[in-house]
Design a protein around this ligand. Structure first.
Ligand code: ADP
Ligand code: ZN
Length: 711
């Protein structure tokens, strides 16, 4: 080990430059492995904290750290983020002028730059291949980001990555670190082999993204469901993925028409427009990006709160990577996928056109797994982790399947109706036709022979949407199976036959509303948070960097929770290092100070190394209820507690649910009955159709209160 290693301690660097008081997960061991000059491979999920694993060693070593990354668009943000932390970093790419590149080269040679970011093609291509230059500098470490790009089994194969093996041979004396967030078994093997790493140390973290809530829902009325979901995420940033450019355009304009802040992104748009839209999204100036999967590779935005898939992705790797773009900052985030059997068939057809048989075969297999994921009735997280070869002990309690458990309803009679119709039709038809027969449709589509079946019309009392929902549930619960290559037809499973014969009850899970998505921590001062975000935004604009480069959402959330009013307490906030405290401390402390004074608050000092833990939500709800019982209205409570009206309403609905307060405090008996009846008649579990039916007569809050015990 050289002298420099001993002078600077990794922990001190972490605190001073990054503002974090302790290493997370395997970070410490990974850094130790590099400092002892071993080749190292890191598999860690998005948001796990991979960058620190090579950025801290870069500050310990005396020479230059070279970072190879496929994403030119990301380099600038990464370099900006490092500079904002007081670390000198630069990138070299073709967008820069000759003189700019020469200047950076001279800075490197004089040892002024600690980290240099490049794309792999820059090593050997162009008039001045970098490889020759590297031989003349004091190179300490090479970091290979997105290392899965070296494998053709992955979904982002980059042939230039194969050249990195040569680089490894040229610099036998320095350590290489390869990092990725995606790696199935084939890819893992490729990373070690193709990069030519020397008996590497492996660090495989859990791939669990515990802050992401996974949901899959039937695609019917996708727009209605999407709007309900977005209504919950009003203030948040998110990505909506669509399969085709056309869908992207349509969805984006539907949202725009409704006054939402959304823009499209796909490879068919002119480059300037695409780049502009992306930029606006990154800078929080536009909330929603509607995109094809072309979007996201180059996005490091840490406060993406939701990712929606309007269509099923082709494989679980892609799905996991795309949903993984949500919640890099560790705060609760949502992933929602709309599933339809038709989408699965379309994707299958696209694959069949492939020429390489072996490849097509692997891809078909992956598609099948993706489909199983959508149809599974086990905990989604368990399923996903299992796919990546990891075991999750017990259910997660944070996915739609887990939410539905214990929320089952007796659906024996309608299920028997639907199942017998499928059987009477010879198991030759899809759900659409089955419903036509069930509801006794006069449509010309219904064959004459089917009009005289005993099941014809037995389900006409219930709306089409009810039967579709029920069909989905029966599929999900393995009573029905999909068959048919051209279009999906339904068959009864052995399990269904048994249940029918034994005349057993059929209990099915109820779907929760999409607008009741994960509850957020509610101990911070919402109004202050808004002010801090506004300040961050104006600083970011002035310095020409994305807001999250100034501070991550989590840092602002901590400020709005612990209310730091002096530099010492400011430095205890996660993500506040020395340089950021100096650059931004005054501005942020001033905003917090004024807020504290105006509201007569007592700042509570954050206990070092302890993560911000929200007060248990039930305690917070009880406080809301106490104020309510004292005769305060929702607006007064929101004001007093520094919360949004929505949060206060959410608390009250939960208290009704727990029977701590009577629904009749908010609505008359007749109104409650009225709403409940309409709800049952509609037979869907979503509030939107109800709201539409009643118009302004009841607010969403009143609907939720009336249905608190039913839903
Ligand atoms: P990845 O590259 O694995 O997706 P990043 O390196 O971008 O993840 O890190 C994700 C977030 O976690 C960043 O905001 C980063 O600053 C933060 N982070 C990293 N290490 C720590 C740590 N030890 N303590 C607190 N936050 C950390
Ligand atoms: Zn679960």
């Amino acid at each position: 080990m050289d002298q420099a290693v001993l002078v600077k301690k990794p922990e001190e660097i972490l605190k001073k430059f990054f503002g974090y008081s302790e290493f997370r997960g395997d970070q410490k061991q990974i850094i130790q492995s590099i400092l002892t000059k071993k080749d190292t491979i890191v598999l860690m999920p998005t948001g796990g904290g991979k960058s620190v694993c090579y950025q801290v060693p870069a500050m310990v070593f005396g020479g230059l750290t070279l970072v190879i990354s496929p994403l030119i668009s990301l380099m600038k943000d990464q370099v900006d983020a490092l500079n904002a932390n007081g670390i000198s970093a630069a990138f070299l790419n073709s967008s820069q002028s000759q003189s700019e590149q020469r200047f950076i080269s001279s800075q490197i040679q004089s040892g002024k730059i600690k980290l240099l970011y490049i794309a792999p093609e820059r090593l050997y291509r162009g008039d001045y291949p970098l490889i020759d230059f590297l031989k003349t500098v004091n190179l300490s470490l090479v970091a290979i980001d997105e290392a899965h790009c070296v494998s053709q089994w992955g979904h982002d194969f980059r042939p230039e990555y194969l050249k990195i093996g040569e680089l490894r041979k040229l610099f036998p004396q320095i350590p290489f670190i390869a990092l990725t967030a995606t790696a199935d078994k084939l890819t893992r093997k490729d990373i070690a082999d193709k990069l030519g790493l020397k008996t590497p140390q492996w660090f495989i973290s859990s791939f669990d993204r515990s802050n992401i809530t996974y949901r899959v829902t039937a695609k019917r009325d996708a727009m209605g469901k999407l709007l309900e979901f977005l209504d919950f995420h009003k203030k948040d940033s998110g990505v909506i993925y669509c399969l085709s450019r056309k869908n992207v355009e349509e969805t984006a304009s539907e949202l725009q028409v409704r006054g939402m802040s959304a823009l499209p992104y796909h490879a068919g748009l002119p480059r300037e427009e695409r780049e502009k839209n992306q930029e606006l999204f990154i800078k929080d100036e536009v909330k929603i990006m509607v995109a094809t999967i072309a979007f996201g590779m180059g996005i490091d935005k840490s406060n993406v709160r939701f990712v929606v898939h309007m269509n099923m992705p082709q494989n679980i790797e892609g799905y996991y990577q795309e949903t993984g773009r949500a919640g890099r900052d560790g705060l609760p985030s949502d992933a929602l996928l709309f599933y339809s059997g038709q989408d699965a068939i379309t994707l299958g057809r696209m694959l069949d056109q492939g020429e390489n048989q072996e490849f097509t075969h692997v891809m078909q297999d992956k598609l099948e797994k993706m489909k199983s994921f959508c149809q599974t009735k086990v905990c989604r997280r368990k399923f996903l982790l299992n796919y990546f070869g990891e075991n999750h002990a017990g259910d997660c309690g944070n996915c739609d399947i887990c939410f539905q458990k214990g929320n089952r309803q007796d659906m024996t009679i309608p299920s028997q109706m639907l199942l017998s119709t499928v059987a009477r039709l010879g198991e030759n038809f899809g759900i659409g036709y089955v419903i036509l027969v069930l509801r006794g449709s006069k449509s010309a589509k219904v064959q004459e022979a089917h009009q005289s079946l005993s099941v014809y019309g037995i389900g006409k009392d219930r709306p089409e949407s009810f039967w579709k929902d029920l069909g989905d549930k029966l599929l999900q619960e393995d009573y029905l199976a999909e068959a048919g290559a051209q279009f999906p037809t339904l068959k009864l499973t052995e399990f269904a036959w048994q249940k029918l014969k034994a005349k057993e009850k059929i209990l099915l899970p109820m779907e929760e509303s999409l607008s009741e998505v994960s509850s957020k921590p509610s101990t911070h001062h919402e109004e202050l948070l808004d002010e801090l975000k506004a300040l961050r935004y104006s600083i970011a604009q002035k310095s020409g960097v994305p807001p999250y480069v100034v501070f991550a959402d989590n840092s602002l959330l901590e400020m709005a929770t612990y209310l730091p009013v002096d530099e010492a307490s400011f430095l205890t906030i996660s993500g506040v290092g020395q340089v950021k405290a100096q650059s931004y401390g005054d501005d942020f402390l001033k905003v917090v100070g004024e807020y504290v004074k105006k509201n007569n608050l007592t700042p509570h000092r954050k206990v070092q190394t302890q993560r911000a833990k929200p007060v248990r939500s039930s305690q917070s709800e009880a406080l809301t209820l106490k104020l309510f019982n004292e005769g305060k209205n929702i607006y007064q409570i929101a004001e007093e507690r520094g919360m949004t009206f929505n949060t206060v309403e959410e608390h009250l609905v939960n208290m009704v649910k727990k029977k701590e307060v009577d629904a009749e405090k908010f609505l008359s008996k007749d109104d409650i009955l009225n709403i409940r009846l309409a709800y049952r008649r509609q037979g869907t579990h979503f509030l939107k159709p109800l709201k539409e039916q009643f118009g302004e007569r009841y607010s969403y809050f009143q609907l939720k209160v009336a249905l608190a015990e039913e839903r």
